[in-house]
Design a protein around this ligand. Structure first.
Ligand code: G16
Length: 550
């Protein structure tokens, strides 16, 4: 019976000691905080990833070092399960325990207890593939991770600097290599080839789309989009902006998907590049979120967010299923979160089953798996489409009765190849949007007119302890601090079409407040008044109370 290599773990762990004053938590998207504090966490994640792999009979586990949309000084790490999905929820708690063991001896005890409780067979191989984004702190964090992998003797593969969705793709491709359900070549080239070939088939014979402006958030998406552009050739022209991956402080700064969504503005750096009517889109720092937009004929910024992407894509897929003659057998459903604009939920719910779940891709992903084809998008632009294994089988074996059915069936099959079904993927989603626009001959204007967004506002509030905020009903209501929800309800009633909710962020040390109302000024006012309530209830330094809601 093999045992943990205690001596190796002990001596290497001493080089990566936990800062005694910090507590880490595996949250919405793994561990995420100041990059300079994460050294011990990365070492321990290396050991943990290897144990997870052993627990799953040597299947390859992914580790991604990124803090996605967060500012450059932050960093983070998350684990990817063998099918390319987020780490199974029960292991999030194990990760938190391991990360918080105070000393090396405590760590050894915690690891030993994990191995015994989960009956992990240590004689099994451990295989891990890892990657990082372009953050300056990434390099040293990767070396801490490598020490963890070395300490436990894992077989490790370095996937270099790449996007989060490519790492997810690689994990699935490695674990399905040579199998009937092979996901593709287990290399970046395999990823670009798979996506670009499916895209070319889907747009064949369609009028070529105008060039697309892509804001790369000065992150890793810049190099990935440049490579993808080469594979796409003249099937789609990408004009890449915000590609300064080595300029200090540039990452996600005044650009990128999160900037666009939260400010509802065009990144200032694009002002001279986007002509009225032209399509633009923004990736986030690790290229797993996507926001589209255009300027109308008066030069007004019009945002096409995750909700609008869901509406566009779901309608197209439903149409293709119908044209293929499969409406009775393949049901399409949509998953959203509380952040979905009320108008989008209304639009979608009139046409399809719609489910609301808590924030976090893992929640959306699992809910989407319950549909034959599940379309999930968070309003922030994070999402994808899942085709169930039975649906993929049906598509592969269905005998079309007419040429029109055959064409639609082929489109659906090509969509299963174009879409990165492991996780939200800005580049894959971008190609998906472009396919639908090409098929429908839509510009941004027609797409935008599917429904009119209710004016809305998202505000962050810094509080003493965000963990004091607990929610229920898919985060739409607060159960703690006591009494706050009643005050919010009283306020919301005063606004026509008013809706507001409060939840603690899982990726930043803030509480988020969302509000919508019939008029823009009212949505703003409601958001700031609810934020004021949050601030006052959670206690804090009056001098730091954000000016806008004083
Ligand atoms: C992560 C999650 C998303 C979530 C977002 C914000 O995105 O993967 O599902 O919507 O954080 O979460 P929160 O409001 O809890 O901070 P990303 O793109 O930052 O990895």
């Amino acid at each position: 019976m093999s045992s943990l290599p205690l001596q190796a773990i002990k001596s290497l762990s001493e080089l990566h000691q936990k800062p005694s004053h910090l507590r880490f938590q595996y949250g919405t998207a793994g561990f995420r905080t100041l990059g300079s504090t994460l050294d011990s966490v990365l070492f321990r994640v290396g050991v943990l990833a290897a144990l997870r792999s052993k627990r799953l009979d040597g299947r390859t586990i992914g580790v991604m070092v990124t803090a996605s949309h967060n500012p450059e000084e932050d960093n983070g790490v998350k684990l990817v399960d063998p099918r390319g999905e987020m780490l199974e929820a029960s292991w999030e708690a194990h990760a938190t325990v391991i990360a918080n063991a105070l000393t090396t001896n405590d760590l050894l005890d915690a690891l030993d207890s994990l191995v015994r409780t989960l009956k992990i067979d240590l004689s099994k191989p451990a295989r891990v593939v890892y990657a990082r984004d372009t953050r300056p702190s990434g390099e040293s964090l990767i070396s801490a991770l490598q020490d963890g992998l070395k300490a436990i003797g894992a077989e490790a593969r370095d996937a270099g600097i790449t996007t989060t969705p490519i790492l997810h793709y690689l994990v699935k491709a490695i674990n399905t290599k040579g199998a009937k359900d092979s996901y593709g070549e287990d290399s970046e080239e395999g990823y670009y080839t798979k996506l670009s070939e499916a895209f070319k088939k889907l747009v064949a014979g369609r009028r070529r789309l105008d060039p697309l402006i892509v804001d790369c958030a000065n992150g890793v998406g810049a190099s990935a989009a440049a490579k993808l552009a080469q594979y796409l050739g003249d099937s789609l022209t990408l004009r890449l902006e915000n590609t300064s991956i080595t300029t200090p402080g540039a990452l996600n700064h005044a650009c990128g998907a999160d900037f666009v969504k939260t400010t509802q503005k065009l990144p200032p750096s694009l002002t001279d590049h986007l002509r009225p009517g032209q399509r633009g889109c923004s990736l986030d720092g690790d290229a797993d979120r996507l926001m589209y937009y255009y300027l109308d004929e008066r030069g007004t910024f019009r945002m096409l967010d995750g909700d609008k992407i869901a509406a566009l894509v779901a309608a197209f897929i439903v149409e293709q299923v119908k044209l293929a003659g499969l409406s009775d057998e393949i049901k399409v459903g949509v998953v959203q979160t509380a952040y979905a604009n009320g108008a989008s939920t209304k639009y979608l719910a009139e046409r399809l089953p719609v489910k609301c779940v808590p924030t976090g891709v893992k929640h959306l992903h699992h809910a989407a798996e319950h549909y034959n084809i599940g379309v999930y998008f968070e309003a922030n632009g994070h999402g994808t489409v899942l085709f169930s294994p039975a649906t993929q089988e049906k598509l592969a074996t269905h005998e079309p009765s007419t040429p029109a059915q055959s064409t639609a069936l082929n489109h659906l099959i090509n969509l299963t190849q174009l879409i990165n079904q492991t996780v939200g993927d800005a580049l894959s989603d971008m190609l998906l949007v472009e396919v639908v626009l090409a098929h429908k001959s839509y510009s941004g204007v027609e797409w935008d007119s599917l429904y009119a967004d209710l004016p809305n506002r998202l505000v962050k509030v810094v509080v003493g302890d965000r963990n004091a905020f607990k929610t229920e009903d898919a985060e739409r209501r607060l159960v703690s601090p006591p009494g706050l929800q009643t005050k919010i309800d009283d306020l919301v009633r005063k606004y026509e079409g008013g809706r507001s909710f409060v939840r603690p962020s899982g990726t930043e040390d803030v509480v988020r407040v969302y509000a919508e109302a019939a008029l823009k000024a009212q949505a703003d006012e409601l958001a700031f008044r609810v934020a004021g309530l949050v601030y006052d209830t959670a206690g804090g330094d009056a001098a730091k109370r954000p000016k806008e809601f004083l």
